[in-house]
Ligand binder design. Structure first.
Ligand code: FAQ
Length: 313
């Protein structure tokens, strides 16, 4: 087939909602866009382990500690599914991971904020995983099969994460004044950064139009952000807590909550590497990579020995 015929075949499949699979022909820009998004998503999962891991040794009870350990391990697993999905597009895991370490590939802005109290852990489960699910449920129908299938498995686990987070914040909301104050403080710090997870407003989102035309993204950044707010405000009210947004109000005419303007300067500063924890997060990942060098070398020597034995047999 000529390139024009291959392109026409690809367009027909996108139009008909037929998944694009790893061995199918695809335009190079589609491939590169997916490597960018899936790679960033994978990096977010593994960098996202750090703020929560900060509280594993300080969880208030054995039960909370066991749940947190399991959750952090789940995030590592999500990173692995996503690196595997990215590799089906022809990149290597090592190459994109190196780009994370060099600071040339992004990861979610939310993980550049510190976890200062135990309430932050509940709030991350409730708000951050809650936002991740709203975004990722839509990605279960992404046009690239390996990405969409990874998302189905990840969403099941993220739903559990969101519920455990809400259960943890519910316990604090029913606690004493110090516990309720700690929870309110965590909500105040994480509310706006969580809304930033959905990306810039649609009018400032350079990738959205093409990603939606290719059906990688099924909803725009603003549509998903609004959906998250509509889902979350009743949960906030049930806790008896408030959002740090004086403009947050139910709008009868639109049937949605109206909310105030996000501080986009802060968002872009964090993306440029100037968030509170950007340096610390990348340093932790670089240190782990260096410390793991001997493991990678031992594994590769072992793999070579096995291959040589097989060849000789
Ligand atoms: N942070 O044109 P758009 C989780 C970048 S997983 C950093 O709108 P796009 C689980 C964007 O990459 C959380 N960068 O881009 C968990 C682009 O830069 P580029 C991660 C951001 O791709 C929970 C530029 O801005 N989830 O939380 C952010 O169409 C708890 C222009 O933006 C995913 O990655 C941001 N918030 O839409 C783990 C979901 N927003 O590449 C541990 C998959 C935008 O041109 C604990 N990704 N940028 O240099 C997506 O759905 C999309 O990539 C968006 C951005 C919606 C994030």
């Amino acid at each position: 087939m000529t390139t024009d015929q291959l392109q026409a075949h690809f367009d027909t499949k996108i139009e008909a909602d037929i998944s694009i699979e790893a061995k199918d022909w695809m335009p190079d820009a589609y491939r590169q866009n997916l490597i960018r998004q899936i790679g960033q998503h994978a990096h977010s999962e593994v960098v996202g382990m750090l703020p929560e891991a900060n509280w594993i040794t300080r969880a208030p009870t054995l039960r909370r500690k066991a749940v947190l350990l399991a959750k952090v391990q789940d995030e590592a697993g999500h990173g692995l599914y996503l690196y595997s999905a990215a590799e089906t597009l022809g990149c290597t895991r090592q190459d994109i991971y190196q780009k994370l370490l060099d600071g040339t590939m992004k990861y979610s802005s939310i993980f550049n904020y510190p976890t200062l109290s135990w309430a932050d852990i509940g709030v991350i489960g409730w708000l951050v995983d809650g936002a991740a699910i709203v975004n990722q449920v839509a990605l279960c129908r992404a046009s690239y099969g390996p990405y969409a299938r990874a998302m189905v498995k990840i969403c099941k686990e993220e739903s559990f994460h969101q519920r455990q987070g809400y259960e943890a914040v519910m316990a604090l909301s029913k606690g004493n004044k110090a516990q309720r104050d700690m929870l309110q403080d965590a909500i105040n710090r994480f509310w706006w950064p969580t809304l930033m997870m959905f990306g810039p407003n649609d009018s400032d989102s350079p990738n959205s139009a093409q990603s939606m035309a290719w059906k990688i993204k099924r909803f725009s950044n603003d549509e998903l952000r609004q959906k998250f707010i509509d889902n979350t405000v009743p949960q906030l009210e049930a806790l008896g807590m408030t959002a740090p947004d004086p403009e947050l109000v139910w709008d009868e005419t639109t049937g949605h909550y109206h909310f105030g303007e996000i501080n986009w300067d802060e968002f872009y500063q964090v993306l440029k590497g100037q968030g509170i924890c950007n340096y610390e997060r990348l340093e932790a990942k670089r240190r782990a990579w260096d410390n793991g060098k001997w493991v990678r070398e031992a594994a590769s020597v072992h793999a070579k020995k096995i291959a040589a034995r097989k060849q000789a047999a």
